[in-house]
Design a binder for this molecule. Structure first.
Ligand code: 5GP
Length: 145
């Protein structure tokens, strides 16, 4: 999908937000929703989305929604650091298929980096074990402040 186009209400993250698809939830408030990436690039890979905006990418999101989203990203990044003690954290997002975006509801990736452990390739990893994702989600959620 190019940068131009309309928001598709049946994208995977919209379905997760509506409760139509399962996920390992980490955190939610009135504005943001965080859950484990089911094809993680590293242990503890979390996605954070806006619950209110229908922006497909960073270019489209309303300023107020972006403020609330990025504050949520910081909060979950801090919790991930506290829970998993990685050596670094990559926070990223992609805009348009050409950039590598595969789900067209704006989201930020929080990818922990561990010394000596290579990060998996974007959108090319295997599916994680659901029980392990639930454990990670619980550990990160416990550190949300
Ligand atoms: P993008 O490629 O759009 O930046 O990121 C989409 C992310 O969503 C990818 O990292 C991919 O692993 C993840 N993903 C794809 N399908 C699902 C799903 O059904 N559940 C969850 N939790 N993550 C998904």
């Amino acid at each position: 999908m190019s940068l131009e186009g309309a928001y598709e209400h049946d994208n995977i993250f919209a379905k997760i937000l509506r409760g139509e698809l399962p996920c390992a939830k980490v955190f939610e408030d009135a504005h943001v929703f965080a859950f484990m990436d089911v094809f993680p690039q590293s242990k503890g890979h979390v996605l954070v989305v806006s619950k209110t905006s229908r922006a497909r990418n960073l270019l489209e999101i309303e300023p107020q929604a972006l403020q609330l989203l990025i504050l949520g990203v910081q909060r979950v990044t801090r919790a991930t650091q506290a829970a998993l003690q990685p050596d670094g954290l990559t926070v990223t997002q992609f805009n348009g298929a050409e950039a590598g975006q595969t789900v067209f509801h704006l989201h930020f990736h929080i990818i922990p980096n561990y010394a000596g452990v290579a990060v998996g390739r974007h959108a090319q990893g295997g599916m994680a074990d659901a029980g392990e994702l639930a454990q990670l989600a619980k550990a990160i959620a416990a550190q949300i402040s």
